[in-house]
Design a protein around this ligand. Structure first.
Ligand code: GAP
Length: 559
């Protein structure tokens, strides 16, 4: 049996999911997941998790590290098919056979992608006064990539299966023991390759300069660092954020958006004076996540569900900034509806870290293909600024307490938009056995379409009123008009693409000047006056009011 418990830490309330487990004659209670600081949200997440806990075959405790497919209702290939069928994502250039590692976002995918990026920007840039944003160019002076070490050290090892000829890449530390993902045979080492795409700048071949499509957005932050700090008058500690495209000529792009050749990143370089403690540690007390440090991995132990604050105090996570940023990112995901049980944080072993990093943690997600990196948190120290200072011969130091210093980036939260897109789709994808169709329970803030408006009666008077409502709501949110098919069919079409609210213009609407709103997740309905519709939808999207309190309850036959 699973139940919610509340703890008070430093005067604040935190909610957790506990589970009773029988061991012989004794019943023990075990913490299964962190549910957040808000009871309403905690109840929702608990329901989501309980659904999984009730399916013993599909869910193992998330502390079991094995990299096997586990809890998902859907495989990654099925998700790709669903996305294509519904208009979220298409293989790029598919009418000519497609191109591996490249994807086009459709009319719903572009909305979901933009909503993810806007939510990320609001949380990391707008709602903080210590972070500003930039938008750097994709192609830049190639000297940047020489200085950053990407030309000489951004290397991967290409391997081919000796038996089935499957091509992939492996990390240096994996080379000795790696077996083919497809057939389990040994790999043949095909040597190192650099995944940066090259391009010629200038139309005349002999006079052109070779440059690169950026493999990460981060370097544009480092190379503009001095300008940004001065112009935005930033005082240490501060961060610079960026969302943008990155390109990597992956040897074997696969698993849908998980490993693409063209993808987007959302990155923050957070600069601090060397050895400055994180002043925000109180904020992360009580936030529990599965932690899997290098020692646990080497000893073949399971990850542990720990309070991130305690993990830092016990030196499992060595720097406070790492614990802080992992907590903030985990909170961002779960506040938008991601299921906390599908997250853990894993430390890179010393032989898998990137050339610029002295300690890296990943936020991992339990994808249908197993636990995989969702977001990286590298300690880049002063590596990048030092390199750019040396190579450019420009002074990149800034004033701090009367001294000139090069700040450090102790923790760089770096997240792929595509992987984030997968997380929100996977955690909201449900097959409802009663409705007998897919219900995409996306957080309304992320839903591509916020409301669908249906005239129930096929007469000009009703259709006209519906169109007027669409035109009014469209000024604020993405809403659609839909008059084709039965009302049940229209509901299920919208459930499948995650539309949280369906509005009907029925026989009473013209006279009463009101409409019905149906809630996607519960199928319950309320009546709301047309004049209050916009503000009601806004409050519902922002989860400022409960659905049942937003209008007068309606009895219905069609769910
Ligand atoms: N600036 C640091 C950096 O780029 P990374 O671990 O190489 O670090 C950061 O990449 C994030 O970018 C990853 O955690 C992942 O979410 C995303 N990412 C990296 N390569 C990707 C690929 N080929 N396809 C999709 N997303 C990718």
């Amino acid at each position: 049996m699973a139940f919610i418990t509340k703890k008070k830490i430093s005067g604040k309330e935190y909610y957790y999911l506990q589970k009773s487990i029988r061991e012989g004659n004794k019943v023990k209670s075990k913490m299964v997941a962190y549910l957040g600081k808000d009871l309403k949200e905690a109840e929702k997440k608990a329901e989501q998790i309980k659904n999984q806990l009730d399916k013993p075959k599909e869910i193992k405790p998330a502390s079991k590290q094995k990299s096997k497919p586990e809890h998902k209702e859907i495989t990654i290939e099925e998700l790709a098919m669903f996305c294509k069928r519904k208009g979220f994502v298409y293989p790029s250039g598919e009418i000519y056979g497609g191109l591996a590692g490249f994807w086009d976002f459709g009319h719903l995918g572009v909305e979901l992608n933009n909503n993810i990026k806007n939510q990320w920007w609001n949380y990391h840039v707008r709602q903080r006064n210590d972070i500003v944003g930039i938008d750097g160019s994709i192609i830049t002076n190639p000297k940047i990539w020489e200085a950053s070490g990407h030309v000489s050290s951004f290397m991967e090892i290409a391997v081919t299966c000796k038996k089935c000829k499957y091509k992939t890449k492996v990390d240096k530390h994996e080379l000795k023991d790696a077996k083919c993902d497809k057939c389990g045979s040994d790999y043949e080492n095909k040597g190192e390759f650099n995944p940066m795409f090259t391009t010629d700048i200038g139309p005349i071949k002999e006079e052109s300069v070779e440059s690169y499509l950026r493999p990460e957005t981060a370097q544009l932050i480092f190379s503009n660092f001095k300008y940004i700090q001065e112009n935005a008058r930033l005082q240490l500690p501060f961060g610079i954020a960026q969302i943008g495209k990155a390109f990597r000529n992956e040897l074997s792009p696969r698993e849908f958006l998980f490993r693409a050749r063209e993808f987007e990143q959302m990155e923050i370089e957070y600069f601090i004076p060397p050895k400055t403690p994180c002043p925000y540690m109180e904020e992360i007390k009580g936030i529990l996540i599965l932690i899997y440090d290098e020692k646990m991995q080497l000893a073949d132990k399971d990850p542990k569900l720990l309070d991130l604050y305690d993990a830092w105090k016990k030196k499992i996570i060595k720097t406070d900034w790492h614990a802080y940023w992992i907590a903030k990112e985990y909170e961002w995901f779960t506040s938008l509806g991601a299921n906390p049980i599908n997250f853990r944080t894993r430390q890179h072993t010393s032989d898998e870290r990137s050339h610029y990093s002295s300690d890296t943690w990943d936020l991992e997600y339990n994808f249908p293909m197993g636990w995989r990196e969702l977001q990286g948190f590298a300690n880049r120290s002063d590596f990048d600024l030092k390199q750019h200072q040396e190579h450019s011969k420009k002074d990149l130091t800034i004033d701090y307490e009367g001294k000139k210093i090069l700040p450090h980036v102790v923790c760089e939260p770096s997240l792929g938009v595509g992987r984030t897109f997968l997380v929100f789709l996977l955690d909201s994808y449900f097959h409802d056995p009663i409705r007998n169709n897919i219900v995409l329970k996306l957080n309304p803030k992320l839903s591509p379409i916020k409301a669908a408006i249906f005239p129930i009666i096929k007469k000009p008077e009703y259709e006209q009123l519906a169109k007027e409502i669409v035109n009014d709501l469209n000024k604020e949110f993405n809403v659609v008009y839909d008059k084709s098919g039965s009302i049940g069919r229209r509901y299920s079409r919208n459930d499948e693409i995650g539309t949280p609210f369906c509005i009907t213009i029925d026989d009473k609407s013209p006279k009463q000047k009101d409409v019905t709103i149906r809630d996607r997740d519960t199928t319950t309905q309320i009546r709301v006056k047309i004049k209050d519709l916009k503000s009601t939808i806004q409050k519902l999207i922002n989860q400022e009011i409960k659905f049942k309190d937003a209008g007068k309850a309606v009895k219905t036959r069609v769910k």
